[in-house]
Design a binder for this molecule. Sequence first.
Ligand code: MLT
Length: 277
Amino acid sequence: MAYPYGNRISNLTNSIEIIGPRGNTLSVEATGEGPTLMLLHGFAVDHRMWHNQMSQLASRFHLIAVQLRGFGKSTLDEANFSLAELAQDVEFLRKHLAGDEAVHLAGLSMGGCVAFEYWRQFSQHLASLILVCTKPTTENAEGNAGRRAMAAKALSEGTWPAVQPMLARLLAQETQANRPEIVEQVVTMMRDMAPATVVACQEAMVQRRDFTDLLGSIRTRTLVVAGEDDVITPAKDAQTWSACIPNSQYHGIQKAGHLAPLEQPDEFNSVVTKFCG
Ligand code: MLT
């Protein structure tokens, strides 16, 4: 695949680094041929959570797994960011890597919150929206206090002690009991996150916009995917809010928790492929 916009190719694999508008580095993994499908990871994991999609969907899509600011080779530069700014990074990458093409955009959890923000600012560039294990609502005061406590702990004690309690909530019981390789992959991603990234993400999540009242305005074709065993963004809630989006389909995946694309890649990939046509 040729990247015609003068981007700096960082190495001979499929990692691409682009200097963003503020001098920050934005990094993606890209592979495949076909309509562009951009993938936005959630918090406490990174773009590697999409590795099954990158390997199994490359014959169907031009896949771009984004590393959000502070993850992988994408630099943090400033202490804080908003999810609206992360959506602007995604648009910068889309323009560079897909030109005039309207893209399919899939976001998981925090990445789904960024996808909502992308829709709000750039819906004209969307072929479809794929909202995975995410939610349009914000947390209450207690939830926000928990986020700030996690951020403070990451600064004082390091990333792992701060995020470790999340591990049991990220994966379905079934995955935790029978899929040690997935647990290990998730732990690796969690441990690789810098404390400053934990802080920036948690504050951005606290400050994020509530999209509940905007669901009825989403005219973009939308697929909502939930893990039936997800305790962070429960499937029954996803089914309810997805029905508020006029042109949406809902799909629940059994034996999947909050990381459904990693836990049940075959079903996830087949649903997405069918949806994108
Ligand atoms: C995520 O997967 O992005 C997180 O669970 C989001 C959150 O902290 O609620």
